[in-house]
Design a binder for this molecule. Structure first.
Ligand SMILES: Cc1ncc(COP(=O)(O)O)c(C=O)c1O
Length: 391
């Protein structure tokens, strides 16, 4: 792990933003350099020295490679014309929300879920309507039905789910799809975590569903989580219907060049989808599976915590003892007194459903993770009995 470089370059609550000595198991961003094949592709492109404008929807190399990858790895019915390059998954979510929501429109969003989903709806002028979800158990379709109003337009999925680490089965997605068809809703499926799924769990993309269901959805993907390319800000928006995708692209600022994706980032993304890139991903996934098991075993040994092994993602969402210190107070104490940074389950990060939890990212090396988990245990052991939630 290039720790000196991470201290210079890893921002977003990570190494470069923490005081010396603090281990950041915070933002979901790996502590590893990108695959050799990606770095080589970037170097070769740079050496050639031609950096002209790219086309608005992305380089043909990007659209063709990503469409092939979606067909081969996800069983998605998608053509190059149904794929566009965007400036990150976050930008893809924003583009879709702006295109599909009018001010005051309501969008169903899980609670808890990564802050980006409700944030995206609000930024587009929409109103996020929270639908509670747990780590296990059936989806509450009756509860969903009660949330529907004449203003409901969109169902926002996060599959695999951050922070619960849950993947949704084909049957669950089909049930949601039929529900949305019956209520005239569209589906925004955030699949940025779809590369990080631990066998035997199986991931199902929205675009792999039957055509009538795939047609009402849009899939957003990225290269930050699976390929350690967060700083290159590149992602994908994909739809089954190339004409619908063309309308989305036309509604964006990419044709005007106000917005658009750096061609170098697209070159990196295409290299990620190569055979060598996917072999790197497989090795990374095996490393993560070991870190996940290491994390869950260590957390399970800390009295009072509630833990569940994630089927996907490289985050653990840890329940804190009821009636004890608040997540915010614990996170502050762990950082100041024990040298460990975590993300608190505050409404700002995960919605009200995240209360009483902390999120821990385990995409790091074995030794650093072991030390971070040791600090977590030490911090929990040092908690004073009777610290109230307002501490
Ligand atoms: C659910 C979810 N969606 C989107 C993103 C953003 O990904 P990107 O870096 O490609 O914008 C993240 C990053 O943590 C995420 O967890």
């Amino acid at each position: 792990m290039p720790l000196a470089l991470l201290r210079e370059r890893a921002f977003n609550q990570r190494w470069a933003e923490q005081p010396e000595g603090v281990i950041p198991l915070t933002a979901a961003d790996p502590d590893f350099p990108a695959a050799e094949v990606i770095r080589e592709a970037l170097v070769a492109h740079v050496r050639e020295g031609v950096f002209s404008y790219g086309p608005p929807g992305g380089l043909p190399l990007f659209r063709e490679t990503v469409a092939r990858d979606l067909r081969q790895r996800r069983g998605a019915a998608v053509e190059p014309g149904g794929v566009m390059a965007v400036n990150s998954a976050a930008a893809g979510l924003a583009l879709v929300a702006r295109h599909w929501l009018q001010p005051g429109d309501e969008a169903i969003v899980w609670d808890p879920v990564d802050f980006l989903l409700p944030h995206t709806v609000r930024a587009a002028g929409g109103v996020p309507v929270l639908w509670p979800i747990g780590r296990h158990g059936p989806l509450d379709l009756d509860g969903l039905e009660r949330l529907i109003t004449p203003r409901t337009r969109l169902l926002c999925l996060c599959n695999p789910h951050n922070p619960l680490g849950r993947c949704f089965s084909r049957q669950e997605l089909e049930a949601l799809g039929r529900f949305c068809l019956a209520h005239g809703l569209r589906v925004l499926s955030d699949e940025v975590w779809s590369d990080i799924v631990y066998p035997p769990e199986v991931f199902t993309s929205w675009l792999a569903l039957e055509p009538a269901l795939a047609a009402i959805g849009v899939v957003v993907q990225g290269f930050s989580k699976g390929f350690a390319l967060a700083g290159l800000r590149v992602g994908t928006v994909a739809m089954a219907d190339p004409e619908a995708l063309a309308a989305l692209l036309a509604s964006s600022d990419q044709p005007s060049t106000v917005d658009g994706v750096a061609t170098l980032s697209q070159v990196a993304a295409a290299a990620a989808c190569s055979a060598e890139g996917l072999a790197w991903l497989a090795a990374f996934l095996e490393h993560l599976r070991q870190r996940r098991d290491q994390t869950i075993a260590a957390l399970a040994a800390i009295p009072g915590l509630t833990v569940s092994s994630p089927d996907a993602t490289y985050v653990a969402f840890v329940g804190l003892p009821a009636g004890g210190e608040s997540a915010e107070a614990l996170v502050q104490r762990l950082r100041q007194e024990h040298g460990l940074a975590l993300v608190p389950g505050s409404p700002r990060w995960f919605g009200p459903g995240g209360a009483g939890h902390v999120r821990l990212c385990f995409a790091t090396g074995e030794g650093i993770l072991a030390e971070g988990l040791r600090r977590f245990a030490a911090g929990m052991a040092a908690a004073k009995p009777g610290r109230s939630p307002s501490c």
